[in-house]
Write a protein that binds this ligand. Sequence first.
Ligand SMILES: Cc1cc2nc3c(=O)[nH]c(=O)nc-3n(C[C@H](O)[C@H](O)[C@H](O)COP(=O)(O)OP(=O)(O)OC[C@H]3O[C@@H](n4cnc5c(N)ncnc54)[C@H](O)[C@@H]3O)c2cc1C
Length: 278
Amino acid sequence: MSEFLSPKDLPAALAARAAHPDYIPVAGGTDYMVASKDRLPPPGIINLFGLGALTGVTDLDGGGVRIGACTTYATLLGDARIANTFPLLRDACREVGASQIQARGTLGGNIATSSPVGDSLPPLLALDAVICVASSAGERRVAYEDFLVGYRKIDLAADELIVAIELPAPHVGAMQHWRKVGTRRAQSISKVMMAAVAHLDDGRIADIRIALGAVADRTVRARATEDALRGSAPSEEAAKRAREALRGEITPIDDLRSTAEYRLGVAENLVRRFVLSL
Ligand SMILES: Cc1cc2nc3c(=O)[nH]c(=O)nc-3n(C[C@H](O)[C@H](O)[C@H](O)COP(=O)(O)OP(=O)(O)OC[C@H]3O[C@@H](n4cnc5c(N)ncnc54)[C@H](O)[C@@H]3O)c2cc1C
């Protein structure tokens, strides 16, 4: 039987983490419960759900927000700042599971599980998220792209917790776009996801960030594709260049949900549509 710790505040949670690096921190438990049927129970669980310091959305100077790691999808969906300034994240949260999962599942849990099909992850990458991580020794901040270090691997030490996600304010007028492609419209595991943010200057793409899920061992930025588009007017010709660049930089795999060829074709179509929508 696992010991069950419910720390009352963040210092207590970090002290528990330092004292018991073999205990598993659990937030909403929606991934933990599924994984637990295939493994032995851990010696202990550190319950983080509802911890005040890790929950909710606060404003940052300059128009960005700081989201506590244990903030649920339901809370994010009810937050006007997320809806107005980060509709990309709102749209992705809407498509995570059904309302029960949205009520329990947290952003920090999605990041820590780091599945290549985690739905909030491409938006966080495209929005230039910074992950705030803490241990009893203090807090450090890591660009989300650097935090992703491999298949289901993140840059988190055994005595650390993810405490928050910071999103800088997007460029004024930036367009945000989310698309999840699955077997059906509701409650499906993604085959391909694309999150993109771009703004134009004088009719040309001044900046663009494209993040894709389910096309590699982790969520990835399509940097060569972005480079192929920066400075161009949105057009079929630019979209064609982008598709070619994308083909050279992602290597999806065949698995039980889809084929590599299908994923590549869908990813190319999603990029084309976004370019033309600009
Ligand atoms: C029926 C069902 C449908 C689902 N549908 C979707 C979907 O459509 N899209 C999708 O992306 N996901 C989906 N999921 C997966 C899951 O709900 C999400 O990944 C969710 O965000 C996990 O959050 P959680 O708080 O429940 O994580 P938990 O299960 O509590 O934790 C998951 C992992 O993260 C670690 N962890 C949690 N919080 C922290 C923290 N603050 N610091 C460090 N480590 C931490 C835990 O130790 C554990 O390893 C689904 C799951 C189920 C069961």
